[in-house]
Design a protein around this ligand. Structure first.
Ligand code: ADP
Length: 772
């Protein structure tokens, strides 16, 4: 421990504002207060020694002795410099610590008696440990706070006196005035260094935390700056490319459109969110086009647009379609109910009938009549739920389902939407489209239909749905339950003629840009097209042939500079080629084991010739020609009936043991099923077993029971039309179908004979050619 000697000195005093001076420290400061200048002058006159002590509060202009700290530094004035404005710049060097013990009553400046503490040079290395800690701590501090010059650092760490080191550190680091004064107050050297080390430690702590905070702040600023910089650059690039407003402009455009279509608030919010996203993601990224695609889809949907209903349905339906009286009537009934109670969960109209009978065209007429936009959605072959309800946006190339696509096409939210071919929809492992479709059609649910792609509820309750099908058999049951079925049956030749004459010719002429005077088709020629060139339930092929005539005529008019082309019965073949069908397809002469059946198929009626061969064998029954299960059972029922009546028919009662029966229905490519060929198969078998021929001009249809009763069948109109076009004049039908027969138009029944039967015996009586 160093010994401190005490001297008493009397010196003028300068009060320091905001800083203090340590021993061995050289610094300059400006003096302006008159009291201080006086003290300076006094000192200059004497031995240039002065006592420098800090005032406790910086803002006191005229401090008194009580406003000053007790401990200060006895210093030597090295230099003074007079500046303008009466300010004096002083260069001083701190010498030793001093403590005020009393002051003299002197008005113009402070004159104080001071106790001076002299520190003796001491080489004692006892303090080595403390010094080392001091050096270490100071170095650490200097490393963080890089304002301290390497010279100062080198100077301080080479010091060997703890007191001097403490003072040097204290005068070189940034500390509050109170802290500096605290250090100045400590006379004991070791204690002083110890104090400085403590202060340094806590300063290091503070500096580290400060640095940490600064780093975070800087990172934040950097990131923002980088983004800002990039965005500015992007703007410049976009400007260069001529895209003045860039993404922002595009977003604004989308926003304007969004406001214009005025969708539900939920939709607005969602689009706004996507627009914000659009601003953030770079133009070149794949996601950007996904977002745009989505926004465009949403903006293209008719969230709020509809057309008005006008009551002119009847006129338009009448004008566009020939015949179909019952169909039109039912459609009008349906529409008026909907108009009276629009919110009623009304069923969906389903038009069922063979191709070409005008289902699609009726639908588009209804749309026209109600002034609704028309869209057709083809459901044929739809297997996947996603085709109805869309793919989630996470899929590559995701798209909305057909319903939403249809709405976009419709451009209004209340179109007539035709669900075409509901009977051709399948379900498989990818999910059942029926369930999705049911949701679409259900009035309780469809006000908030959610497509996976769109992700927003769309109100489908204003859409008028209509369905079409060829057959009811393959429409899923729950779907069928939601529908009101309107059957449209095949057209008679008469009807086809009127349709062609009144509608199709005009339509095709218009389509080919021709006038009525350029092409004339004789009535007889039209009839010949129907009879010899088409064999269909509807009028599709007929329309196509008329179209062909238009094209051929147009060519002729151009090439041969004709004014008019006339199609007659005689020149028809020249235009359409040789006739495709013969009128009479009846078997030329009565045959044993061959009977004529009448069949219904989804594409219209047809005749079937059922052939039976019997051979010696062991009672096998063979059926060929793509027959369905129901038809096979029907054949077995017929055999059971024949066995029970073997005696009556004069057939060996053991025929089922020693005779093989082969039933074949030609045209094997067409699958056939249903019970209505029952009586025909029985007739052919009995004919073969009894060797009695079947009349060649008789056609028949009816289900057979094992007791020989004849049960009613469906599709009577189609069957009779088929018989007629095959040239069959006599038709055997079940008695129970009498009601259906009465409902048929007279033109169908013209020149035909109908035999209504209850039992197989009656059938045989009219069909077999018994020898008289
Ligand atoms: P589907 O949808 O039943 O298969 P389409 O509607 O495609 O039949 O009809 C085929 C063509 O026949 C259309 O040009 C249609 O206008 C016409 N057509 C069908 N039935 C009639 C009818 N009764 N009156 C006028 N044109 C008809």
């Amino acid at each position: 421990m160093k010994k401190c000697e005490k001297n008493i000195l009397q010196l003028p005093l300068i009060a320091l504002r905001g800083f203090s001076v340590f021993p061995n420290m050289i610094l300059h400061f400006d003096v302006a207060r008159p009291k201080s200048i006086k003290a300076l002058e006094k000192s200059m006159i004497e031995d240039q020694e002065i006592f420098l002590v800090a005032q406790k509060k910086v803002d006191i202009e005229e401090p008194e002795i009580k406003d000053l700290y007790e401990v200060g530094t006895i210093s030597t004035i090295k230099q003074i410099l007079k500046l303008p404005n009466g300010i004096i710049r002083v260069l001083v060097e701190g010498r030793t610590r001093g403590k005020i013990i009393s002051f003299e009553e002197e008005k113009s400046y402070f004159l104080v008696n001071i106790e001076e503490y002299l520190e003796e040079e001491n080489d004692n290395i006892k303090n080595e440990a403390l010094l080392r800690i001091g050096v270490e701590t100071f170095e650490e501090y200097a490393k963080i706070n890089n304002r301290i010059s390497t010279d100062t650092i080198r100077n301080i760490i080479s010091m060997e006196s703890p007191g001097k080191m403490a003072d040097a550190i204290a005068s070189n680091i940034q500390l509050k005035l109170e802290n500096k004064q605290e250090i100045l107050n400590v006379f004991n050297e070791e204690e002083r260094l110890f104090k400085v080390i403590n202060i340094l430690k806590s300063e290091i702590e503070i500096l580290n935390t400060q640095k940490e905070i600064m780093k975070k702040v800087k990172e934040n600023i950097d990131k923002n700056q980088k983004e800002y910089y990039l965005r500015e650059q992007l703007k410049i690039i976009q400007n260069e490319l001529g895209d003045k407003d860039g993404i922002q402009g595009e977003v604004n455009e989308y926003r304007n459109k969004l406001n214009k279509i005025n969708p539900p608030i939920e939709v607005k919010e969602k689009v706004e969110k996507e627009l914000q996203r659009m601003l953030k993601i770079p133009l070149s990224s794949a996601e950007s086009s996904v977002v745009r695609n989505y926004i465009e889809w949403i903006l293209d949907l008719p969230w709020n647009k509809e057309t008005n209903n006008i009551k002119r349905a009847k006129k338009i339906l009448e004008k566009d379609h020939y015949g179909l009286e019952k169909v039109k009537e039912r459609i009008l009934e349906f529409l008026s109910i909907r108009q009276i109670a629009p919110k009623l969960n009304s069923p969906i109209l389903c038009l069922v009938g063979p191709p070409g009978v005008g289902k699609t065209s009726i639908a588009s007429s209804i749309a026209k009549a109600l002034n609704r936009n028309y869209v057709r959605i083809s459901l044929g072959g739809v297997k996947d739920e996603a085709e109805i309800r869309g793919h989630r946006r996470t899929y590559v190339g995701a798209m909305p389902g057909r319903i939403i696509q249809g709405l976009k096409q419709a451009k209004t939210k209340n179109p007539l939407m035709l669900l075409d071919e509901v009977d051709k929809m399948n379900s498989d492992f990818r999910g059942d489209p029926t369930a999705a479709l049911l949701e679409v059609l259900d009035g309780e649910q469809n006000y908030a239909f959610r497509d996976h792609f769109i992700e927003l509820p769309f109100d489908l309750s204003n859409v008028l749905f209509l369905a079409t099908a060829n057959t009811l058999d393959t429409i899923p049951r729950p779907l069928l339950d939601r529908m009101e079925v309107i059957n449209i049956s095949s057209y008679t030749e008469e009807e086809k003629f009127h349709i062609a004459y009144n509608h199709l010719i005009e339509k095709q002429l218009k389509k080919h840009g021709m006038t009525k005077s350029q092409l004339r088709i004789d009535k007889k020629a039209i009839k010949d097209i129907i009879t010899y060139y088409t064999k269909e339930a509807g009028v599709r092929k007929l329309e196509r042939f008329i179209g062909e005539l238009c094209r051929k005529a147009a060519k002729e008019i151009l090439e041969k500079k004709k004014k008019q082309v006339r199609i007659t019965q005689n020149n028809l073949e020249k235009y359409l080629g040789p006739k495709k069908y013969r009128l009479n397809k009846i078997i030329e002469k009565p045959e044993i084991g061959v009977a004529r059946g009448l069949a219904w198929t989804p594409v219209g009626g047809d005749t079937l010739s059922i052939e039976v061969n019997i051979m010696k064998g062991n009672g096998k029954l063979e059926l060929t020609g793509q027959l369905g299960d129901v038809m096979k059972e029907s054949a077995k029922a017929a055999i059971s009936y024949i066995r029970s009546k073997a005696e009556k028919f004069k057939i060996s009662s053991d025929f089922y043991k020693d005779t093989d029966i082969h039933i074949h229905i030609p045209e094997g490519a067409v699958p056939k099923d249903g019970p209505s060929a029952g009586i025909t198969m029985a007739t052919a078998m009995i004919s073969a077993l009894t060797n009695i021929a079947v009349k060649n001009d008789v056609g028949m249809t009816g289900e057979i029971t094992i007791r020989g009763r004849v049960l009613p069948i469906g599709g009577l109109k189609e069957k009779i039309l088929a018989a007629k076009s095959a040239g069959i004049k006599k038709v055997i039908i079940p008695l129970e179908n009498e009601k259906d027969l009465n409902e048929l138009e007279d033109s169908i029944k013209e020149n035909m004979e109908f035999i209504l039967v209850k039992s197989m015996e009656e059938v045989l009586k009219h069909a077999l050619l018994y020898k008289k």
